[in-house]
Write a protein that binds this ligand. Structure first.
Ligand SMILES: Cc1cc2nc3c(=O)[nH]c(=O)nc-3n(C[C@H](O)[C@H](O)[C@H](O)COP(=O)(O)O)c2cc1C
Length: 200
């Protein structure tokens, strides 16, 4: 077993209650297998999005993806924060996520961001099923991204996502990030975020 496979096994969530295996196995790596993403797999990820629920079925999510080696990949990469630049270079695919801010009638769609997050949850589980990891990034200069990609008025860039197959080399990462890759995963307890009958 190589180091990457070992890390993957050790990163399995210590769930206090039994949950779906794919959810337990999911984590956000900063290193990916040096392998392009299969076209078919990308289509499957976006198909999972397609069948997600959304408020009034408005499907406000939009995406731009780019493969490593392309000009568009470099454009997305150049919009990332310095921290995210330090580990995303080897991702085979970078994705920008965006949402449509208004309904077709011009009313603000307050649930658009909710729906984007929800569809990305579906994409995450589909990805996990295919051995693909998503690493979401808030560290993206969305104003720059909107300009670089001529995002039309009424759409807002939310995050970037690094996508690739699990199983990357630890050696591809700077030392501090190698440590983070194997650090113990922490979560707050259910008592801290689930209330019954009243707040707290
Ligand atoms: C909306 C969102 C934004 C995030 N932004 C970043 C980011 O900019 N850079 C980064 O390295 N990780 C980022 N993460 C990853 C989180 O740090 C990670 O999901 C969290 O620490 C839990 O780890 P796990 O996904 O491995 O369980 C982001 C995650 C989400 C959902």
């Amino acid at each position: 077993m190589n180091a990457a496979e070992q890390i993957r096994l050790e990163n399995i969530a210590e769930a206090e209650y039994e949950i779906f295996a794919l959810l337990k196995q999911r984590y956000s790596p900063r290193t990916f297998k040096k392998e392009p993403l299969k076209e078919r797999h990308l289509k499957q990820l976006f198909e999972a999005v397609r069948w997600s629920a959304s408020s009034n079925n408005l499907q406000p999510w939009r995406f731009i993806y780019a493969e490593k080696g392309s000009q568009a990949f470099n454009k997305i990469y150049n919009c990332l924060s310095d921290f995210n630049k330090s580990w995303t270079e080897n991702a085979p695919v970078l994705l920008l996520t965006a949402y449509k801010e208004k309904t077709d009638e011009g009313k603000e769609n307050f649930h658009a961001l909710h729906d984007l997050g929800l569809c990305l949850g579906s994409m995450t589980v589909q990805a996990q099923y295919l051995g693909i990891a998503l690493h979401h990034m808030a560290g993206v200069n969305w104003k720059k991204a909107e300009k670089e990609f001529n995002i039309p008025e009424g759409f807002h860039v939310s995050t970037a996502i690094a996508i690739g197959y699990y199983g990357g080399d630890l050696d591809d990462l700077p030392e501090d990030l190698q440590k983070q890759e194997t650090a113990k995963r922490k979560r707050i307890s259910q008592e801290e975020f689930v209330y019954k009958n009243e707040w707290n």
